[in-house]
Design a protein around this ligand. Sequence first.
Ligand SMILES: [Fe+2]
Ligand SMILES: [Fe+2]
Length: 164
Amino acid sequence: MSVDTIQDLFEHGLEDIYHAEHELLDALDELESNTEREEIAEAFAEHREETQGHIDRLEAVFDMFGEPPEKEECEGIEGLIEEYEEFASMNPSQEVLDYHNMAAAEKTEHYEIAAYGNLIPLADQIGMGEAADLLEENLREEQSALDELKELTETYEMDAIPAE
Ligand SMILES: [Fe+2]
Ligand SMILES: [Fe+2]
């Protein structure tokens, strides 16, 4: 595939985030079941549902192009997931794991926010205003998921974790 035009750039980014969202669907499932504190586990479950909606909107964007949805391997998100798995396999205490789960999820939200933030002006540039609107809706939900996770990490009671 040649990537010389704004449309190529856009399509490449779209396929990348489409793959990422699928990976995150499974990752959020795992985060939910690996988390003991209920409000944190619930945040993962809620965002997993939103993530399914992100995939649906991306499919609508592919449809606007008259193209079937395709995935381009998203090594960025795969790397974050791998990093997460490695930490989880080190047998952390449940309290430490709960905290780390939020931190790991925050990193993925930053990735998604950057991806959507880059795609929206490209969509506008090629006259795909409706696609840009759908991507904007995804971006807003990523941003509010990040805000919620930040709030949860900031208010996390660390009493159960020894300082050193
Ligand atoms: Fe998403
Ligand atoms: Fe997300």
